[in-house]
Design a protein around this ligand. Structure first.
Ligand SMILES: [Zn+2]
Length: 581
């Protein structure tokens, strides 16, 4: 026994432990692995994951791998063992990290994010020199123009504009070209930012370059033209929607990056509060079909995305789900999407909707009730077995109901099938990597409905992180302090009691208050404050989205003389949030 131990020890020390080639391999492997781990250590902080735990796991794996490699005699066993010990924790971290970070920040094998992280500085440098490439409308590769190509300035302008916007996580670019100047704006998390402008000549040549990529008529300067192509940024292929229209004053261009990206959400992914989500999910119950559900938001506030998520709640195998859309962005599996365009052989929107309804569908998504006759058709009593989801471009439940009443033109007819009204706004989510916690002042806490007994931590945006005693711009959100958006919503359930207020009296306020009291669902303001309390967003952002845009006239509520409810004034939000629930 003693003898054997001695032999083993002798073998280890003399033959294997000090084998220089083996040591070299083990050291080299440990060096590469520690390089990866040191990159991940700063990544842990950025993702807001528990630092202490993950440092331990990653470094532990590194050390364990090295010593396992050292003490296993045969190199062809010891080396793979070292790799398994070292890589296991790294892969584990990879998986855990992808589960918490937004889609764009995920590491995907071979993905640009991984490479970008290891050569971030190099990538930024290369980008300004032009690294984008394009695929045309048929998804065929388009070679970037060479040095002496007359298209080079046009390409370079497109390259600069698009790569800067992609770097800033913009979802959309708007450009207006007039004879005396160019205005360019891009939208990041719903916030419009003005960009440095180029000359009208270069802007026009860039627009022509994009028109050609999208297969549009380059010479046409007046008619609205829509097209699409693809842009390739760091080997990621991104769909690009392009729209251009001209007038006597100039050209208006709009570019959207990956418009369909947020269109395939399920109801739980939309961002309703738990109480709201429960009642919204019940809408898909096959035994309680029928009725009209109004969904409202103003332009750019995620209306289509939420409507499509409501459709996805219905089982497409057992329910016939149909749509009629003027602006078809994304097709859901199993849903019969129909696009309507004004040029379609003279068939108007209500006529096409009528023909869809005749084929006895179970669920219909109506995108436009502003056309004469649509409201009446949807509210007709012989269609009461059909569930209608109706998109209403209005701000808040009150304005939405008012629009609906106007479209139907008869209070009793309009109130009868109404089942639910959902109103929403988009709200920026705080970047978890750089948000800063603070204790609200007693006044703030009171406003937020926080009881004095339990201390809470709220968060505010910073956009800055500390790396080795240096304060730098947060690389996750590019210093904006926010990353991505979620909805703030209000769900108004209309039952028999609420309906009795709506028709024939048109008393919206009483209907709304009765429903709020009974179902205890949060109003718009309460929902926003709840998202402040749970750290999703900041108090500043909640105030921003709740503050009405004073410049805009309140078009929906005005001028609806005969059919609108008598009390169209918003019943909410009250000037101070209530400290309820
Ligand atoms: Zn950040």
């Amino acid at each position: 026994m003693h003898h054997m131990y001695f032999v083993l020890a002798q073998n280890v020390s003399s033959e294997f432990l000090l084998d220089p080639i083996k040591l070299l391999i083990l050291f080299a492997t440990a060096l590469v692995a520690s390089g990866i781990v040191s990159k991940l250590v700063s990544d842990i902080h950025r993702c807001g994951l528990p630092c202490f735990k993950w440092h331990g796991i990653l470094i532990g794996g590194l050390v364990a791998g090295f010593f396992a490699g050292l003490f296993i005699p045969t190199i062809w066993i010891s080396w793979p063992v070292q790799i398994i010990f070292t890589m296991g924790p790294i892969l584990w971290y990879w998986k855990s990290r992808n589960a918490v970070v937004p889609e764009k920040q995920k590491f995907i094998i071979g993905g640009a994010k991984v490479r970008a992280m290891f050569k971030k500085r190099g990538a930024t440098k290369a980008r300004s020199g032009g690294t984008l490439s394009f695929k045309d409308t048929n998804k065929k590769d388009r070679l970037n123009p060479g040095k002496n190509d007359p298209l080079l300035p046009a390409f370079q302008a497109a390259d600069k504009l698009l790569s800067n916007s992609l770097l800033a996580r913009a979802s959309r670019i708007d450009m207006v070209v007039k004879a005396d100047g160019v205005t360019t704006v891009h939208t990041v998390d719903g916030i419009r930012n003005k960009l440095e402008s180029t000359t009208p000549e270069i802007a026009m040549s860039m627009i022509d370059y994009l028109k050609d990529l999208c297969g549009l008529d380059v010479k046409e300067r007046r008619k609205r033209q829509n097209g699409s192509c693809w842009v390739i940024n760091e080997e990621i292929v991104i769909p690009l929607s392009f729209s251009i229209a001209g007038s006597s004053t100039g050209q208006q261009m709009r570019l959207d990056f990956d418009r369909a990206k947020n269109m395939s959400r399920t109801i739980p992914q939309v961002g309703f509060l738990p109480k709201q989500e429960k009642v919204v999910l019940e809408l898909a119950d096959p035994l309680a079909r029928g009725g009209v559900v109004l969904v409202s938001a103003t332009a750019g506030q995620g209306l289509t995305s939420t409507c499509l998520s409501l459709l996805s709640g219905h089982d497409a195998f057992t329910a016939a789900v149909k749509t009629l859309e003027k602006n078809l962005i994304h097709r859901l599996d199993g849903v019969d999407h129909q696009a309507w365009t004004s040029t379609q052989g003279g068939v108007d929107y209500p006529t096409q909707l009528q023909s869809i309804i005749r084929r006895s569908p179970d669920v219909v998504y109506v995108e436009d009730i502003s056309e004469t006759g649509v409201g009446k058709l949807v509210a007709a009593s012989n269609n009461s077995d059909i569930r209608f989801y109706v998109a209403v471009p209005a701000d808040g439940v009150s304005a939405c109901v008012s629009e609906w009443f106007k479209s139907v033109g008869n209070i009793n007819l309009a109130a009868e099938p109404l089942r639910m009204v959902i109103a929403q706004k988009l709200c920026r989510k705080l970047c978890v990597a750089c948000r800063v916690g603070y204790q609200p002042s007693p006044e703030q806490a009171k406003k937020l409905g926080i009881t004095a007994s339990k201390p809470v931590e709220l968060y505010k945006a910073s956009g800055k992180v500390q790396v080795k005693n240096k304060i730098i711009e947060c690389p996750m959100c590019n210093g904006t302090g926010y990353l991505g958006q979620t909805i703030i919503s209000e769900v108004f359930i209309i039952d028999a009691e609420a309906r009795a207020f709506l028709a024939p009296k048109g008393d919206f306020k009483s209907a709304y208050n009765a429903s709020r009291m009974k179902y205890k669902l949060p109003g718009m303001q309460e929902s926003a404050l709840q998202r402040v309390r749970d750290g999703t967003t900041s108090l500043e952002e909640a105030i921003r989205i709740l503050t009405p845009a004073t410049a805009k006239p309140s078009a929906p509520a005005a001028g609806s003389a005969q059919a609108a409810p008598a009390s169209t004034k918003p019943a909410s939000p009250p000037s101070k949030p209530k400290a309820s629930s």
